[in-house]
Write a protein that binds this ligand. Structure first.
Ligand code: GLY
Length: 424
């Protein structure tokens, strides 16, 4: 079979890597891909939003199946478009993708299906939002969220009335996140530990992957601004039965909601959880694999990803037994100096050939392959994942491999998965 993966980050590299291990797949293509992906798949220079270009390419190359890694094409309706052309594709429909693409839709969905989440109000014009903030008596921390997709830049935790009003003005008037901020949510602030649950679903049944923990802040000990994610590990420390049971209840309610709303959902549902005391609450739904979570979870998957995709497409997910390695994986993201703010690109990445450990995989996120060398081309540059039987060994292994790689101004967190050791 021939497979096309859509996207260009570490997540898509991990998906291409996993597909390349399938004995049934003869060729993997990736659009638009990146430098690292070009070493294992044929990269295709077509934008993720160019549906006509992508579908013509799929027809011309007789590609059997397309997997969408990135949220933008999903939110623009690539699954509906490909389905109309009779092409096999895995991902939720445009309507179903609103669970990620519109925070307002997503919160209404949670409210309707009794899914625990923070209290909120939606606002469609700036004066209403400012009046609400002006008149709100019990002022505590509050979260301002852009309704639309904002590439990780649409959520602000504000410490006072004035800060919240400023953010609202910047989003709704000054359009700092473009149209994504035309409507906003003001949400109760919950301070709790966060976890990521990734769920395979064919829209009727589901299979929850081992729980992960991402590290969103840029510096050690969760300091500094939010990023797309500086590292992840799995299974996360609190994979305790009673919490998993509560999350499973949430996933069940989400699947009931998806059915009741007649949403066509085949793919991966990302359930971002924050603990409110003992109660897991949904921070967000995403309609695709997480990044960097995918770089930590796929190395633990023993089952062929293509078999899982086919059973999802045939709505027969229950018929497949999905097997996971017993071990632990830790992924550390190496980022460009300045990220998540502005950063320079084009620095040579040295030392990649020094990584020879069979339990360590290097996933490329923001790299290009130019004149036989890898150079940096994004904020998150590489994700290095080590798998071991034991968390301590996985941490030691991953950091000893991280030290073999260098590029100018490279930075990374030194405490990925440390919480597992502290909380155990
Ligand atoms: N790691 C967060 C996300 O994928 O949305």
């Amino acid at each position: 079979m021939k497979v096309l993966v859509i996207g260009s980050g570490g997540r898509e590299h991990a998906i291409c890597w996993k597909f390349s291990k399938s004995s049934k797949i003869e060729k993997v293509y990736c659009a638009p891909g990146n430098g690292g992906i070009s070493q294992m798949a044929e990269i295709v220079n077509i934008a993720v939003s160019d549906f006509e270009g992508l579908s013509s390419f799929v027809k011309a190359k007789k590609i059997d199946f397309t997997f969408v890694g990135h949220e933008i094409p999903l939110s623009l309706g690539i699954v509906d478009y490909f389905a109309c052309k009779g092409l096999k594709i895995l991902g939720p429909s445009k309507d179903a993708s609103k669970l990620e693409a519109s925070k307002i839709y997503s919160k209404e969905f949670m409210r309707k299906y009794n899914i625990p989440t923070a209290e909120y109000r939606s606002f469609f014009n700036v004066n209403d939002a400012l009046n609400f903030l002006e008149n709100w008596q019990e002022f505590k921390k509050i979260v301002v969220k852009a309704d639309g997709l904002a590439a990780g830049k649409g959520v602000y935790v504000c410490c006072g009335r004035e800060e919240a009003k400023n953010v609202v003005k910047q989003m709704m008037k000054d359009k700092i996140v473009g149209d994504a901020g035309a409507s906003v949510i003001l949400e109760e602030y919950i301070s709790g530990v966060e976890f990521s649950y990734l769920v395979f679903t064919d829209g009727i049944s589901y299979s929850i992957m081992p729980v992960l923990q991402d590290h969103k802040r840029v510096y050690d000990n969760d300091k500094g601004p939010n990023t797309g994610g500086m590292g992840a590990y799995a299974p996360a420390y609190f994979a305790r039965n009673e919490i998993n049971k509560k999350v499973e209840d949430i996933v069940c309610k989400a699947i009931v909601g998806i059915n009741s709303e007649k949403l066509d959902y085949k793919g991966v549902l990302y359930v971002g959880i924050i603990m409110n005391g003992d109660m897991p609450c949904v921070l967000e739904f995403n309609c695709r694999f997480g990044d960097p979570e995918t770089q930590a979870i796929l190395p633990l998957l023993n089952t062929d990803l293509l078999d899982i995709c086919e059973s999802i497409l045939n709505r027969k997910l229950l018929d497949i037994e999905i097997k996971w390695k017993k071990g632990v994986s830790v992924c550390v993201v190496l980022a460009s100096g300045g990220y998540p703010g502005s950063f320079k690109k084009g620095f040579e990445i040295k030392g990649l050939n020094n990584i020879v450990d069979p339990n360590t995989i290097v996933f490329h996120a923001g790299t290009k392959f130019v004149n036989g060398k890898f150079v940096t081309s994004g904020g998150r540059v590489l994700g290095i994942t080590s798998v071991s039987d034991d968390i301590k060994n996985a941490i030691t292994e991953v950091y000893s491999n991280v030290k073999l790689v260098q590029f100018e101004n490279m930075h990374y967190r030194r405490d990925i998965a440390q919480r597992f050791l502290n909380e155990k």
